[in-house]
Design a protein around this ligand. Structure first.
Ligand code: HEM
Length: 486
């Protein structure tokens, strides 16, 4: 029996409500009384039903699941949940689009968020990735500017092609990700038919203190399926909730989507001489260099019961690590280590990590942090400081991750450039990897959007980046854009 079935309707303080149809009035034809507490309470609570939507990735859907380890990886990490073949860990995964607001359509051309929480016995480990292995920029300092160009223009109130292409044209490091986004995978058919990636490089360290750099890949077991631009446009009009409905109903039918989990592992000693800067988020590590190794299987098998409580109020932070896993010096990741916790405190509140979806499920949080909005008193009368002489949680003395060597003076310089680092090489390689048909769709998708800009110089600069990736790519795009702009 649910709470709602156990007795009469009540006020929020639990007193029985006599009339839920009529407010209390001064005589049958008179005005409503201020003492009509039930009315006041209903209206006031209703006014506060929304919390701020996420500043990015506002639109999303989530589900619980299970991660099963299929390979012993203790040679690379001492993380307990990665310690024993067959071990299972509860997870929660939230998918999202990036730019649209909470009520926007699912089938837009946009990266998809792939935010995964592992409820491990050593605390929650959050891997907050996308369905793309790379990203548009490589320094967190540029993130607010980038996102401003993706979201609504301050004057028109709409997304503007001018802003998007002006920024991408002036940020040549985005060429790889933009080529990816306007290719076939830019609009997945469903959330079940796409891959997920950790995208950044992360640190793994083993019991002996040896360091490895890793990249995570989640390969869909359903197979990759995408929508064409025309199909996506039609569905966006007919059923804006298409992706979230598909995920929920598949799980309701018992068709549990799953992903094969792989990692690329680089011994720490390789990093300095690797042909690409391994901490540059605009680059992949070609599989020939570091072949993906299968380590597990992720299955989604349970829908949330309440979307607001469990999806809207869910929080994921790239700073949520567990022993054996840590950050890399990737400049984007470093910025993200701050941004998410800060967003959670603003959006959900200082006790966001106490909510059922966010708190550890396989262990307990034992901190001396206390109080704040909506604190539930969980620590009762326990002492709230450390060190103390009354028992209570103490530090372990062992950091989650191993130290990383640094050198040189503080500066604002660009990140180290490795032998084959440039802004265009991997974008060109991706273009040449596509079939003739996909190349044609890529050019058409890009041209359709670039052609909307109001200034020729912005269009020309945008096209030029693709030419520098691949001469043929640039030529075809130039012709297509000119044909549309006349
Ligand atoms: C420095 C660059 C970045 C900054 C400052 C940043 C910041 C943010 C912020 C503030 C949120 C909203 C969090 C919330 O309200 O709960 C968010 C959400 C998200 N971001 Fe980023 N982001 C960055 C780059 C990235 C990258 C590179 C990825 C993927 C590889 C990514 C994936 C996500 C995902 C998946 C979400 C949604 C999480 C959820 O489902 O709750 N972000 N980001």
């Amino acid at each position: 029996m649910t709470v709602q079935e156990q007795g009469p309707l009540t006020t929020e303080a639990g007193a029985p409500v006599a009339d839920n149809q009529n407010s209390e009035t001064a005589g049958p034809a008179g005005p409503v009384l201020l003492q009509s507490q039930h009315l006041l309470e209903k209206l006031a609570h209703f006014n506060r039903e929304r919390i701020p939507e996420r500043v990015v990735h506002a639109r999303g859907a989530g589900a619980y699941g299970t991660f099963t380890l299929t390979r012993d990886v203790s040679q690379w990490t001492r993380a307990a949940f990665l310690s024993e073949v067959g071990k299972q860990t509860e997870t929660f995964l939230r998918f999202s689009t990036v730019a649209g607001n909470l009520g926007s359509a699912d089938t837009v051309r946009d990266p998809r968020g792939f935010a995964l929480k592992f409820y491990t016995e050593e605390g929650n480990y959050d891997l907050v990735g996308n369905n793309t292995p790379v990203f548009f920029i490589k320094d967190a300092l540029k993130f607010p500017d980038f996102i401003h160009t993706q979201k609504r223009d301050p004057y028109t109130g709409s997304q503007e092609a001018d802003n998007v292409w002006d920024f991408w044209g002036l940020s040549p490091e985005s060429t790889h990700q933009v080529t990816w986004l306007f290719g076939d995978r830019g609009i997945p058919a469903t959330l079940r038919h796409m891959n997920g990636y950790g995208s950044h490089t992360y640190q793994w360290n083993n019991e002996a203190g040896e360091v490895f750099w890793v990249k995570y890949h989640f390969k869909t077991d359903q197979g990759i399926r995408n929508l064409t631009q025309a199909e996506a446009n039609r569905i966006a009009g007919e059923d804006p909730d298409y992706h979230q409905r598909d995920l929920r109903t598949a799980i309701e039918r018992g068709e549990f989507p799953s992903w094969t989990v792989q990692v690329q592992v680089m011994p720490a000693a390789d990093a300095a001489a690797y042909r690409f800067n391994p901490f540059d988020l605009t680059k992949v590590w070609p599989h020939a260099d570091y072949p993906p190794v299968e380590i597990g299987r992720l299955e989604l098998n349970r829908n949330p019961e309440n979307v607001f409580a469990e999806v809207e109020q869910s929080v994921f932070s790239p700073a949520h690590f567990v022993p054996g896993i840590g950050p890399s010096p990737d400049r984007m990741l470093q910025g993200r280590l701050f941004a998410y916790g800060d967003a959670h405190r603003y959006r959900v509140g200082v006790n966001a990590d106490h909510l059922p979806v966010n708190r550890p499920h396989a262990t307990q949080a034992r901190t001396h942090a206390r109080d704040g909005h909506l604190y539930d008193g969980r620590h009762k009368g326990e002492r709230n400081y450390e060190p103390n002489s009354f028992g209570g949680p103490e530090q372990t003395g062992r950091p989650l991750w191993e130290p990383v060597g640094v050198s040189g003076a503080t500066s604002y310089g660009a990140a180290p450039v490795h032998a084959e680092d440039d802004d265009f090489g991997q974008a060109g390689a991706l273009y040449r990897l596509m079939s003739q048909d996909e190349q044609a769709r890529l050019v058409e998708n890009l041209a359709g959007f670039i052609a909307k800009v109001s200034r020729d110089d912005i269009a020309a600069r945008a096209v030029d980046n693709f030419r520098r990736a691949d001469e043929d790519f640039g030529k075809r795009l130039e012709v297509a854009v000119q044909a549309l702009r006349g």
